[in-house]
Design a protein around this ligand. Sequence first.
Ligand SMILES: CC(C)(COP(=O)(O)OP(=O)(O)OC[C@H]1O[C@@H](n2cnc3c(N)ncnc32)[C@H](O)[C@@H]1OP(=O)(O)O)[C@@H](O)C(=O)NCCC(=O)NCCS
Length: 196
Amino acid sequence: MVSQDLPTLTYFKRFRMEIDVQDPLPHVPCLPPGYAWAPWEAGLIDQHADVKYQCFFEEIDAVVFPNLSSREGCLRLMRDISTNAGFKPEATWLIAYDGQHCGTIQGVRDRYGMGAIQNVGIIPEHRGRGLGRALVLQALHGFRGCGVHRVHLEVTTQNEPAIRLYRSLGFRFRKTIYKTADAFAALQGASSGWFA
Ligand SMILES: CC(C)(COP(=O)(O)OP(=O)(O)OC[C@H]1O[C@@H](n2cnc3c(N)ncnc32)[C@H](O)[C@@H]1OP(=O)(O)O)[C@@H](O)C(=O)NCCC(=O)NCCS
């Protein structure tokens, strides 16, 4: 048993990846039958938060960023993102399916003028259908449309499906970053096999 009082930190290795969106970009693909785009509107903040929570449930990033491991935390994140001075509705999308939402992405412009993809996620049962690729491309075209030249994101190095997706779209490694996370949350992640 580990006391929550222990100031133990766990380090997670993450990559910063970047892409130049002034270079030719693949078109945003048509979504598979039954799926539809939902552009940003303020009334959709709860839906973004809920989809985000479902996407990151038991995923490595919910250990690295404990806010992602609860609905309330995801709502806090969505409030922070959508009230950020650089928030870009053009790079913020949901994908809808059968009256529900199954995918989310959000974008902000950072203080250096670069686009920053905040979180991209597809609910597990909808993965492997090209929706993640479509969401990232939709956000990249949104950034380009509002004059952004380069876009970056960060990804935990164990997150191989996400890294493959970003590389296939043209993102390239820029640098390695170490993120500290609360050890207690990290140890909870250990039971899901993240530290094997
Ligand atoms: C990363 C994530 C967004 C990818 O979403 P996705 O919808 O599964 O992504 P895609 O379907 O576009 O691509 C995934 C794979 O499906 C394949 N695929 C795409 N369309 C397909 C289709 N019609 N039929 C079969 N396979 C297909 C892709 O080639 C890709 O294969 P690969 O991993 O072998 O390269 C998703 O896994 C996720 O939400 N993960 C949890 C949250 C997370 O970690 N987000 C990233 C934070 S940095």
